[in-house]
Design a binder for this molecule. Sequence first.
Ligand SMILES: *Cc1c(COP(=O)(O)O)cnc(C)c1O
Length: 476
Amino acid sequence: MLIFEKSRPGRGALLIPECEVPVTLPEDKDLRQTSLHLPEMTEGELSRHYTELAKKSHGVNDGFYPLGSCTMKYNPKVDEDMAALPGFTQIHPLQPEHTVQGCLEVLQTAEKLLCEITGMDHMTFQPAAGAHGEFVGLLLIKAYHTHRGDTKRTKILVPDSAHGTNPASAAMAGYSVVSIPSGADGCVDLEKLRAAAGDDVAGLMLTNPNTVGLFDKNILEITSIVHECGGLCYYDGANLNAVMGTVRPGDMGFDVIHLNLHKTFSTPHGGGGPGSGPVGCKSCLSEFLPSCLVEGEEKKTFVKPEHSIGEIKEFYGNFLVVVRALTYILTLGREGIPEASQNAVLNANYMMNKLKDLYTMAYDEVCMHEFVMSLSDLKKATGVSAMDIAKGLLDNGIHPPTMYFPLVVGEALMVEPTETESKETLDEAVAVFRELYERAQTDAESLHQAPVTTPVTRLDEVGAARHPVLRYVFES
Ligand SMILES: *Cc1c(COP(=O)(O)O)cnc(C)c1O
């Protein structure tokens, strides 16, 4: 039941203190003419309503959440404590710089540490999400070529194992997208890449580890092919959880990278943000970065680089997400950062190896932080699809893996356990996966019916896609 349906006229919770200053209303023409649809209920009912909703949803605090490519790991509470400090929350973005030197130091230190982790020279925190960061990175590449008077470069090369946002961002930045096929080993086909590389190529966007969970073994060759034709290399670092502290994209020949602080660096996500997709770059691109870089030691100040592409978000990006990331990095330290990645990779390989006698792995190799299974054979033999297995997991208190992605794998389930899960949790999940596989052979029908224990049971997915209800219609 929606909060609006629980509303009763005249009920209310007085939460807003009385105004202490004279009230000035806008002019009549600017005042809204109809009353706002606000639910009216008591504080107690309100509290119950949201508790009820919270119980209906599934988060990392409820149970295992192996949603591939999303890194749904546990976010330490100390990071929340730091982000909640009044010195960070009670400030205004237009405050004079000398009154918020500590906040500038947070940005400066975070930039320094994340540049060290990625092997880049500078970083902007303005982008609000990963895809936003990709867009910014491409604008930097574009500015670089344009600034040199090199205007013939209209193409961005995107391997077919890239995250779906990569081609979308390239198109948004005004480039035409050339898809580069993967070989049978799941890595970029070097011959196809060589054939596509030319003086009309602005750059390449590589998701690494790619969407099938593999670290491209030819990565140095890939970046040198692109550089030889005069293009720049973009690293989609949303999956940095697999490699942080172990290898640095900057050392592999990449010129620009985005990170997803809300995946790798400890900000809860799912349900819509706020996120942060900082973009790091080599010094050849620094002069084009968006404004609000921090400079200075004793007296820190915001600067706008000389040929800046301008602002791509208001002010300094989602600052509190950066506070969480900095806390996370400082608490883990030089030893903890690579250890987190190594455990993420270990957990994924552990699970993969405990399942691969039953489930077909899309690539039977050592994986990085996630692995992809193809349920095509299972579906052919039993009629049970990736969707059915995903729904069966829900009845066991497990959030499904990413489904039907990447597109290059039929009936795909993409599992990312993350480093914050214990061996016991992984073993339980493995047992559930195995039980569902057995059930597919003997009682497929029960899996077509799943889930049966969740607040909402099997949805009409086609109906939802064809006739989406996007707006609540008020009765009056
Ligand atoms: C999640 C993800 C993105 C997009 O990040 P958003 O914050 O959702 O925009 C891009 N690339 C990869 C590899 C990702 O996993």
